[in-house]
Structures are given as C-alpha cells and as structure tokens.
Design a protein around this ligand. Structure first.
Ligand SMILES: Cc1ncc(COP(=O)(O)O)c(C=O)c1O
Length: 464
C-alpha cells in the first residue's frame, strides 16, 4: 500500500509556500479569502476562480515567448464561463474556439473577429458561413471535405476565408492519457503527405487566404520532447511547402498543451496517471517551439493554451453530506475483512468528471480544519446513483484520501487545481444542478459569475 508519507509537509507547503493559499481564521484561504466564510455566502458545491492567478499564468506564458513574435489564443474549451472569458480579455490575449457557440461567446464578451481562431474536426456549413461572414482571424482546416465547403461558401459570399491547414505531425504524445493524444493515429488534421497538394489547391481558390500550418500535439503531457519533435515536423513541412509553392507563410500555429502540475514535486507516491506530475514548464515549452520556428525567420507563432491558464486558478468547494462505515468482505477465506470509512460529498462526477473518465488526481483538503493533521484514511464518494461515483485516485493507497480524523458533516472539502475542463464537462445527471461559479478579483472581492442550475433550468428544454 502506498501512502503519501509527506502529506503533512505538503499541507504545510500549501499554507506557507504556495502563492495561492494561506490560513485565515484556522481555515484554508484562497488569495486571502477565507473559503469557509465564502462558502457560507453561496450554494454548494461551487467552483471558485482567482482573477489574479489567471493573470499570473498568462504572464508566465507571455514571458516565456518574449523573444519571438507570438500571439496567445486562449483555448476557451478549458473554461468558457463568460466571467472567465472577461478575465482573459482583460489580459489582452486572443481566443480559440471549437464550436460556433464558443465563437459567439467570444464575440459577445467583446473579442474582435481578428482575435478569434476557429478549430474543430466537424464544422457545419452554417458554422463556416458564420465564421467567414464575420472575418475571423483564422479557420484551421481539418480535411479536404471542409475545404470544399469553404470554397463553396466563400465563393457564394464573395468573402475571403483566412485559413491554416491542420496537419497531424504523427509524433506520439508520449506519457499522457491515450484519449488526450491528438497527434498520432489521430482523428484531427490531414496526413502531412497531403499537405502540399491541399495548400496548392488553397492558393487557387479565389476567396481564400492561406496563412500557415497548424497542429496540436496533445494535452497534459509530462515531458516536452514530443512538442520539440512535432515542431520540427511542422517547421520542416512549412519549409517544404514554402519552397515548392514559392510562398511565405504569415504564421505557424503549434496548438496548446502547456501542462500543469496536479501532483507537486515533493509528492512521493505514484498514481496510475503519471502525467499528473510534469517535468517541464512554459519556458521549456517555448524554447522547444522557438528553437525550431526560428528556422522560418520572421513568422508569427500562434499558440492555443487552455489548461495552463485556468487549471491552477480554479478550485472546487464541496461539503461532506453523509458518512458511513462499511465492510469490504473477504474474497477468499485467507483474506481479512476491511473496514472502510466513507465520506459522501455533495459533488460527484457530474460536477468533476475528469476523476471518472481520465483517472485524474486532485489534492483534497479539509478547508474547515486545515490546521489539523490530515492523517486518517477515508473513501470519498459523490451523491450519484452509480457504484463508480467515488474518487478513485487519492492521497493514500491510490484509493483513499487523507483528511483530519474528526472530518464531519458540513466540513468544506476543497479540490485543488480544478479550473480546467471541469465546468465544461458538467452534466445534470440524476437531475442534479450544474454548479455555481464564483470569481475572486484582485481586491479580494467575490462575485457570482454563474449561478447553479435551478429546477426551471433543468426543465427548460423539455417539451411536454
Ligand atoms: C486544437 C487544440 N488547441 C488547443 C487545445 C488546448 O490544449 P491545452 O488545454 O492542453 O493547452 C486543444 C485541447 O484539446 C486543442 O484540441
């Protein structure tokens, strides 16, 4: 059985060495705000974001790329709550969208069309028409079929479509969850062997402007090497196409993928998902990309980071809502019965789905009792009907979590680094509401930026 022997050290680090957290009134505080006090003002469960941490993360990326002309397009799929998009906009970066509703949200919050990249393996005629009509900065073309549609639509509208061609670099996104690998045997993009012919075709379409090539390697890789290898493939391809067609690309779009630590350096146990601990930062990522791209001379790098910008800026607050002790009966006569202490939270995988689908790891702390030793094992489960609705990768034995011995009903339980791809994948399964979202601004003021679903919301699409 593996135990985080240094969990106490990690808790101390959280309170004294982590820029986000501290202790206020014996409670865990996030950017100076007492989370227990905050939770008394809002519904539970709820996500809490820090505007300051979003800026910290964006500045880290800006700094990393400062030696080459680079545009940062926030991948809004990571969190597209309007109040968060506003924070992104306030940091003067651009935005990436993966559906027309993401494009429309970006426009509604005030991004200009020339700040928007439109991605996706399926873009309908209507979506493409909207994108071309609105002069978006870039549409990343995913297939020849899509190019056929763009040709028809741009010719009909007599409007120029700004395009990049997404290619699959065919470099394995080593070390990440297989569902997060998008650059090897992937559904996205075209074979690089097709790229030259497609670019040539684009040059001959009257209302099309070919701006460059695009790729996306994958999400939450633990190492930087695949990005360096894929960037080499993409740059080689750019050079080949530029030479063959006698053109100069305006941009090279390397996608997203700057990972973020879910397990911190000092942690001593392994989880099933070793991409929870990462071995590179934004600087290493930038170096790997710029090192290859500089072979293209004066070209703009476009990047599409999502997770890195919002993950550490968001936490999930839930409460202990029930508890019980149960026996794990032995399977064979040689085994012993084991007593399990269950604590049930009011948030399950309809609120935090990564835990279920991607074997995700989150540090979990009792914010109400943060000064107490977290040294007792509990199994944490959600409220849903499914037997599988419990948090399987914990801080102890890969199954249990370490919390104070006297953790009890209504204690506030916090999941760290929960800001990316979480709210976006919430469901109303079991007709439980999707959660509220709160924002803490630079002055420690808190705002509700999304309310939880009401009963009327849950009924609102049904026709009866
Ligand atoms: C095309 C594209 N760009 C950007 C991203 C954002 O990736 P990340 O959140 O890892 O930065 C994704 C994620 O799936 C993607 O598919």
């Amino acid at each position: 059985m593996q135990i985080i022997a240094n969990y106490e050290e990690l808790r101390q680090d959280l309170l004294s060495n982590d820029r986000r957290f501290s202790c206020v009134n014996e409670h865990l505080a996030f950017f100076g705000v007492d989370l227990v006090e905050l939770s008394n003002k809002y519904p539970s469960p709820a996500y809490v974001y820090s505007k300051e941490e979003i800026s910290n993360n964006i500045n880290e990326i800006k700094q990393a790329f400062k030696e080459h002309k680079t545009r940062i397009f926030y991948a809004s799929k990571a969190c597209s709550v309007m109040g968060i998009l506003k924070c992104i906009k306030d940091n003067s970066i651009d935005i990436e969208a993966n559906s027309i509703y993401e494009v429309k949200k970006a426009l509604k919050i005030g991004f200009k069309p020339e700040q928007i990249i439109f991605n996706g393996v399926v873009k309908s005629k209507e979506e493409l028409e909207f994108a071309i009509e609105n002069d978006l900065f870039l549409i990343n073309v995913d297939s020849e079929y899509e190019l056929d549609l763009i040709e028809q639509i741009s010719t009909k509208l007599k409007k120029v479509a700004n395009l990049a061609l997404r290619i699959e670099p065919s470099v394995k996104a080593k070390g990440t969850h297989e569902q997060l690998d998008t650059s090897f045997h992937a559904k996205a993009g075209v074979d690089k062997e097709q790229a030259l012919a497609l670019c040539k075709r684009m040059l001959n379409i009257p209302y099309v402007k070919l701006k460059g090539l695009h790729m996306h390697v994958g999400d939450q890789l633990p190492i930087v090497e695949p990005f360096a290898n894929a960037a080499k493939v993409l740059v080689d391809e750019c050079i080949k196409i530029q030479n063959a067609l006698n053109i100069k690309f305006e941009l090279i779009n390397v996608g997203g993928g700057i990972s973020t630590a879910y397990k911190y350096e000092k942690d001593n146990i392994k989880t099933k998902q070793e991409n929870m601990k990462i071995h590179f930062n934004a600087n290493d990522y930038a170096k790997a990309i710029i090192n290859e791209v500089k072979r293209l001379g004066d070209i703009t790098i476009c990047i599409e980071p999502g997770r890195k910008i919002v993950s550490s800026a968001g936490i999930l607050l839930s409460k202990i809502a029930a508890y019980k002790q149960k026996t794990l009966h032995p399977l064979t006569k040689d085994d012993k019965a084991i007593q399990i202490e269950w604590k049930f939270l009011n948030a399950g995988y309809s609120i935090l789905s990564d835990s279920q689908h991607f074997d995700w790891f989150y540090y979990v702390y009792n914010a109400s009792k943060i000064t107490k030793k977290h040294d007792t094992s509990f199994r944490l489960a959600g409220p849903l009907c499914d037997g599988g609705d419990w948090f399987k990768i914990g801080t102890n034995s890969n199954k249990e979590f370490l919390l104070p011995k006297d953790s009890n009903i209504d204690d506030l339980i916090v999941f760290l680094d929960a800001g990316a791809y979480t709210i976006e994948s919430q469901t109303t399964y079991n007709n439980r509401p999707r959660s509220a979202v709160i924002l803490i601004d630079e002055n420690k003021n808190d705002f509700l930026i999304r309310r939880e679903d009401s009963f009327d919301d849950i009924l609102s699409c049904d026709i009866y």
